[in-house]
Design a binder for this molecule. Structure first.
Ligand code: COA
Length: 262
C-alpha cells in the first residue's frame, strides 16, 4: 500500500508504476529531500517486473509540480558551491528518469513549472490537460540552468522555441505546448486520467524488449551519444526472445499476444 502521507510516493496500478508528487498545498513543489528520493523510487519501479510503464503525476488536481521548493533556496541554493550541490541532486533525479529502461510518461494536470517541467522533459512522453500551464522561470528568479538540461529542451522543441521559453520565463498554455511539440497529446481535464490510462495499457501490452531497444536507439539520436554496440545488442536481443516467438505465433493464431519481457 502506498503511504499517501509522504510528499513523494510510489503507487502500482496494474502494469503502471506511478511516482506521485504529493504536496498539493504547495503546488507539489519539490524539496531537496524529495529530489534525493526520486532516483531510489524510480529504480524500484524500473526493477519491478509487474511494472511495464512508469508514470509521474501530481496530487490534488491543480499542479503536476510548480518546480523546486523556492523556500529552501536561501539555505540550500545560494552561492555557486551550494548551487552546484543543489543541481547535482536535481540532475541525479533527471538522469534516473532519462536512464529508466521502461517507457516513462508525465501526466500533467495543471502547473508544470521549472524543475517540474524539467522532470517532465526527462520522461519519454508528456500527456497534458487542456488547462495545464508551463514555464521555466529561471530567468525570472536568477537561477542558473545546467547546459545538459538546456540541451534536452532544445532536442524536444528546437532552438527557437527553447529560447522563447527561457528568455521570457513566462507561462504558456497546453495548446501552445502542443504546437511546440513539448507535449504529445492534450485532453480535456476530466478525460486526462482515463486517456492516459488507456494509452499506458496499450504500451503495456506491447513487447517490452522491442520498446526498450527502440527507446535506447531514439534517445541516442535525440540526446547524447550511446555506445552503438550496446544499441545493436538490445535490438538483437529481441530476436532471441520468447516474446518474439509469442508475437509471431499470436499473429498467426489470430489472438492477442501475451508478452513477458524475456
Ligand atoms: N516553491 C515553494 N513554494 C511554492 C512553489 C515553489 N516552487 N510554488 C508554489 N508554492 C507555494 C506558495 O508559496 C503558496 O504557499 P503558501 O500557501 O504557504 O503561501 C502555495 O504554494 C500555493 O501557491 P500560490 O502561489 O498561493 O498559488 P497561485 O494559484 O496563486 O499560483 C503558481 C500558483 C504556481 C503560479 C505560483 O505559486 C508560482 O508562481 N510558483 C512558483 C513557480 C516557480 O517559479 N517555479 C520555479 C522554481 S525554480
Amino acid at each position: 500500500m502506498p503511504d499517501s502521507s509522504l510528499p513523494l510516493f510510489v503507487q502500482i496500478t496494474g502494469a503502471t508504476g506511478w511516482l506521485v508528487f504529493n504536496r498539493p498545498d504547495k503546488q507539489n513543489a519539490i524539496t531537496q529531500a524529495m529530489w534525493r528520493d526520486i532516483p531510489r523510487l524510480l529504480e524500484q519501479l524500473d526493477r519491478d517486473s509487474q511494472v511495464r510503464v512508469i508514470a509521474l503525476r501530481g496530487a490534488g488536481g491543480r499542479a503536476f509540480s510548480a518546480g523546486a521548493d523556492i523556500a529552501e533556496f536561501d539555505k540550500l541554493r545560494s552561492g555557486a558551491d551550494a548551487g552546484r550541490n543543489y543541481d547535482a541532486a536535481n540532475d541525479a533525479a533527471f538522469q534516473a528518469l532519462a536512464n529508466a529502461k521502461k517507457p516513462t510518461i508525465a501526466m500533467i494536470n495543471g502547473f508544470c513549472l521549472g524543475g517540474g517541467l524539467a522532470l517532465a522533459l526527462n520522461c519519454d512522453l508528456r500527456l497534458a490537460s487542456r488547462n495545464a500551464s508551463f514555464a521555466i522561470p529561471a530567468a525570472r528568479l536568477g537561477v542558473g540552468y545546467a547546459p545538459r538540461w538546456v540541451h534536452q529542451l532544445v532536442s524536444i522543441v528546437g532552438p527557437a522555441h527553447a529560447k522563447e521559453i527561457f528568455f521570457s520565463g513566462k507561462r504558456f498554455g497546453a495548446q501552445r505546448a502542443l504546437a511546440m511539440g513539448l507535449i504529445n497529446q492534450m485532453f480535456d481535464a476530466e478525460e486526462l486520467e482515463t486517456q492516459t490510462g488507456q494509452f499506458m495499457e496499450q504500451i503495456a501490452q506491447n513487447a517490452p524488449l522491442t520498446i526498450r531497444a527502440i527507446k535506447a536507439a531514439i534517445d541516442a539520436c535525440a540526446f547524447y551519444g550511446h555506445d552503438k554496440a550496446h544499441l545493436q545488442h538490445l535490438a538483437e536481443a529481441c530476436y532471441d526472445s520468447a516474446d518474439f516467438i509469442e508475437g509471431r505465433r499470436a499473429f498467426l493464431q489470430k489472438r492477442k499476444p501475451v508478452f513477458e519481457g524475456r
